[in-house]
Structures are given as C-alpha cells and as structure tokens.
Design a protein around this ligand. Sequence first.
Ligand code: 2BA
Length: 109
Amino acid sequence: MKLIMAVVQDKDSNRLSDALVDKEYQATKLASTGGFLKAGNTTFMIGVKDKDVDHVLEIIKDNCKSREQLVAPISPMGGNADSYVPYPVEVQVGGATVFILPVEQFEKF
Ligand code: 2BA
C-alpha cells in the first residue's frame, strides 16, 4: 500500500475530489498553506493499493492545472523579514506536487 500526498491549488480541489470519489478512491483533504506564497492550498491524503498508484496519478494530472500567479510584495512589518519579497514576481504554480510514501501498516477501527 502507498500513501499519496498531493498538494494542489484550491481551485482544483473540488474537481479532484469529485473525480476520486467517482472512481471510488478514498481521500482526505487537508487545508494547507504554501510556504512561499503563503496562500491557501489543499493537501490530499490518498491511501491506495500499489497497483492503483498510476491510475490515481493520472486522475491528479487530469484534474490539476498549472497556473501563473503574481506575488505582490509582502510587507515585513510584524512578519518575518527573511521572507520579504520587495517586488512583484510571477511564479508558475503546479499542477500538483505529489509525494508517494510506503505504508507500513493500515488499520481501520
Ligand atoms: P508555495 O510554497 O506557496 O509555492 C508556490 C509556487 O511558488 C511553487 O509552485 C513554485 O513555483 C514557486 N516557488 C516556491 N518556492 C520558491 C522559491 N524559493 N523561489 C521561487 N519560486 C518559488 P509549486 O512548485 O507548484 O508548489 C506548489 C505548492 O506545493 C507550494 O506552495 C507548497 O505548498 C507545495 N510544495 C512544493 N514543493 C514542496 C516540497 N518540496 N515540500 C513540501 N511542499 C511542497
């Protein structure tokens, strides 16, 4: 068994969860925040059999779009000066950032 953790944009999260339910994969959605943009995104935890990993990756690919996002300067006032971005920058935000982890044991009680 594997645990697929996929960080996706909020805009894609409903479409992806509908597609997973449609194909009868179980998933948990966590509200998360990107460390760089400090904007909300969604992290999916999807536990699957090894043989289903490629199919789930296809579903993620088909439902998550890459987009350009402009990052406005963020004032360091009251925040962390280390992460201050002094000028607007355009970044390409995935798609999806996907981690695939081995699952040692899986139980439901
Ligand atoms: P954020 O950290 O908010 O990053 C959003 C986008 O900003 C990234 O898109 C990337 O294009 C850009 N970016 C991130 N750090 C940067 C930097 N130091 N300099 C310049 N540009 C930078 P994605 O790579 O598609 O990542 C989307 C989201 O996926 C990330 O949001 C983060 O929440 C998650 N993520 C990406 N890589 C990760 C990793 N190695 N570990 C954990 N989470 C990750």
